[in-house]
Ligand binder design. Structure first.
Ligand code: ARG
Length: 230
């Protein structure tokens, strides 16, 4: 019989979508990456425990709203629209969107015009950008193809089933290292990633902000950037 004295550490459920390297991806059956390391480091510093769940990206904000998730670490862009439903920590990373094509393709950003099929991850800012800036404006007359996982976006691009993909540039660059795909354009959207929590969890948001500040101060953030981005 084991009895523990004192208060048990608070345990939080962290939602992510692990098809977003180097922020979160699956390696040897485990969820790893920059965001995962950040959350683990904050948990250590702030004295709580975490458990990660790999879910579809578009179920993460609803998961916070319904209470099945306590926080979301998923390279999630801080946006006005999402802020209506959830709260965000201070920003911890900046990124733009980008256009990815097959390495044999001779097109550049012209691939976004006309009758091409573009892959996106459902519910992402890239998805919204293609719909609002390209399809509504009749710039793109081909199809937008929606996926739950970037693993399948990249697979379809490598197989030439789609003509291009729109996704965050650091992730596009990471995929282009091990797949027959290349980044041909950057879309300057000036996005900033934050860790999301439910609206009524100001206490957890404070713990995350304190943790992030400490990681920046004690050099851990720089070490993690060096570890995950060369
Ligand atoms: N930054 C983009 C957004 O917030 C894409 C994030 C996708 N993240 C992921 N883990 N699949 O919409």
């Amino acid at each position: 019989l084991t009895l523990s004295s004192g208060v048990m550490a608070q345990r939080y459920v962290v939602g992510t979508n692990a098809s977003f390297p180097p922020f979160e991806y699956v390696e040897a059956g485990e969820i790893v990456g920059f965001d995962i390391d950040i959350v683990k480091a904050i948990a250590d510093l702030q004295g709580f425990e975490v458990e990660f769940r790999d879910l579809s990206f578009d179920s993460l904000v609803p998961g916070l709203a319904s209470g099945s998730l306590d926080l979301v670490a998923a390279g999630m862009t801080i946006s006005e629209q999402r802020k209506k439903v959830v709260s965000f920590s201070e920003p911890y990373y900046s990124a733009n969107q980008s256009v990815l094509v097959h390495q044999d393709s001779e097109e550049d950003l012209t691939v976004l015009f006309g009758d091409n099929d573009i892959g996106v991850q459902t519910g992402t800012t890239g998805d919204a950008w293609v719909r609002n800036k390209l399809i509504k404006a009749d710039i793109l007359t081909g199809e937008i193809r929606n996926y739950d996982s970037f693993v399948f976006v990249i697979r379809d691009l490598a197989n030439k089933n789609i003509d291009a993909a729109v996704l965050d540039k650091p992730v596009a660059e990471t995929y282009s290292k091990n797949n027959p795909v290349k980044v041909v354009a950057e879309v300057i959207t000036g996005e900033e990633y934050g860790i999301a929590v439910s609206k009524n969890n100001e206490e957890l948001r404070q713990k995350l902000n304190e943790g992030l500040a400490k990681l920046k101060e004690n050099g851990t953030m720089d070490q993690l950037i060096e570890k995950h981005f060369e």
